[in-house]
Design a protein. Structure first.
Length: 499
């Protein structure tokens, strides 16, 4: 075994070299590293260069076997130590792997949450852009309003029910009474067909950020034109034929409580909890085009709960929780008559099909029937145990259906007047609506139910539809009861047809 040892490591060198300047033997690779780093001998601290080194000829050094490896027990101990070190390293690697996996899982969760937030922000951005674009279109399309619709003006002074207005209403009533007695409905769907109404379309037309559609109306002669109002403050016209939104009206600042579609003009009426009612007029000549706000009614000081259009088509009424109701001139955009200081707030209001009487549901659980000419209450219908939130006249004008939060629908014969039938449904009654023939009645509560006149004065259940996932807020039967549209707090507009 070589006796030459490296002055730096103290081990036999594999490639020895000698420095005459210092007199020491070094492992060549070690001394070269020291010369490159410091330029000095690490032992004597003398200046040293590579030229001061002389290679030595010597047998390759064979490193001696450690003492622990010279016996079998020693080798077993070495192997055991190596195994223990390997297991320790494996455990540390597994621990690090588990920690890394947890960190990765947390990072992925954060990434997914961030993606959801970004997606929601993008949706809100797109909705805001759409609203801005709609407003821009409305401004761009601001042209003279169509005949029969006046822009909003100063409605502080009442016009009053002039003799001319009363005469027009009386003539309209006489004409409608004569034609109504002779009307026949040969295409009316029989009860067996109405029982086969099935949901063929569901459309989330309003925003998801403020879910819930509160009201609906369908055009009198075109079932494909549907208007809805929602919690999101928007009024939307939906094209059922193309199954997409046709127009959006933005202007209300709180939920929309009622919408009405004019039967002969491209006009939509809406009422809101922001204490206003609005008249929206189409200025493009296409019913699916842009609508502009022609009139804003600000006569009420509390939530405007309902709107009803007079059969003439030139007047409409509004009612409010401020204990008043008002009659408005659609063509002049002014108030005709504002009846105030009533006993309680009004939650619903409807014109009789002949247009000379008006029925209003009250917070005090009664229904008041008004004479339009005299603006006086001619009958009070009592019997409900909750606020009367909805009512509807039958087409023949003989019957009035009222719905209350007590879950009861009452049918009144106006010729007596008496409650001739009470229908109990599941949950508060949100809407009652006779079809255009007066044969069927749609009742919206927790579910949607259709009733039909089994006899001249008695209604019988026809079918119950449970497709909505929330309370049904409104329903309208189409022409001849062959279609049905309904809205709900589940944010969907559902379309039904006879299969």
């Amino acid at each position: 075994m070589s006796t030459i040892v490296c002055a730096i490591s103290g081990q036999p060198p594999e490639e020895p070299c000698f420095s005459p300047k210092t007199g020491h033997v070094y492992e060549k690779r070690l001394i070269l590293k020291n010369i490159e780093s410091s330029g000095k001998c690490p032992v004597t601290k003398e200046e040293l260069t590579q030229d001061d080194l002389v290679d030595m000829k010597a047998n390759k050094a064979v490193r001696p076997r450690p003492a622990a490896a010279t016996s079998i027990p020693g080798m077993l101990q070495l192997l055991q130590s190596e195994w223990d070190a390997l297991m320790t390293e494996t455990y540390e690697l597994k621990t690090n792997l588990d920690t890394t996996r947890k960190q990765l899982s947390h990072a992925l969760y954060q990434h997914d949450a961030a993606c959801r937030v970004v997606a929601r922000l993008l949706r809100e951005r797109d909705a805001s852009r759409a609203q801005v674009q709609q407003l821009q279109e409305q401004l761009a399309n601001s042209r003279p309003l169509p005949a029969g619709v006046s822009a909003a003006g100063d409605d502080s002074a009442e016009i009053g029910l002039t003799p001319d207005i009363l005469q027009r209403m009386t003539e309209c009533s006489k004409a409608l009474s004569k034609t109504r007695k002779k009307r026949d409905f040969p295409d009316l769907a029989p009860v067996s067909d109405v029982k086969r109404l099935s949901c063929l379309g569901s459309h989330p037309t309003h925003q998801s950020t403020a879910p819930g559609i509160l009201c609906i109306d369908v055009h009198k002669t075109d079932d494909t034109r549907i208007v809805t109002g929602g919690v999101d403050t928007q009024v939307i016209i939906f094209d059922a034929k193309k199954e997409k939104m046709a127009a959006k009206m933005v202007g209300h600042t709180k939920k929309v409580t009622t919408v009405v579609m004019h039967p002969t003009r491209e006009v939509v009426l809406s009422a809101s909890a922001d204490n206003t009612a609005r008249v929206w007029a189409n200025t493009t000549g296409d019913w699916a085009g842009a609508y502009t706000c022609a009139t804003v009614v600000r006569r009420h000081t509390a939530e405007v709960t309902d709107i009803s259009l007079h059969p003439l088509g030139d007047f409409f009424s509004t009612c409010s929780r401020d204990k008043s109701w008002a009659l408005h001139d659609l063509t002049q955009g002014r108030v005709v008559r504002h009846v105030t200081d009533l006993a309680g707030g009004y939650t619903s209001l409807r014109f009789h099909p002949d247009g000379l009487i008006l029925a209003g549901g009250c917070e005090d659980k009664t229904v008041n029937v008004w004479d339009i000419k005299e603006q006086k209450i001619v009958a009070t219908l009592s019997g409900h145990e909750g606020e009367v939130d909805t009512l509807s006249f039958s087409e023949n004008g003989y019957y009035l259906a009222t719905g209350s939060r007590d879950g009861a629908v009452k049918i009144w014969d106006l010729r007596k007047p008496l409650n001739i039938q009470t229908l109990n449904v599941d949950g508060p009654v949100n809407s009652v609506r006779f079809d255009s023939t007066g044969q069927y009645l749609a009742v919206a509560a927790n579910t949607l139910q259709i009733f039909n006149f089994e006899t001249k004065s008695s209604l019988a259940p026809t079918c119950e539809l449970k497709d909505h996932q929330g309370p049904v807020m409104g329903a309208v039967l189409g022409q001849n009861a062959r279609s049905l549209a309904s809205v709900s707090m589940d944010r969907s507009l559902k379309l039904y047809h006879i299969r």
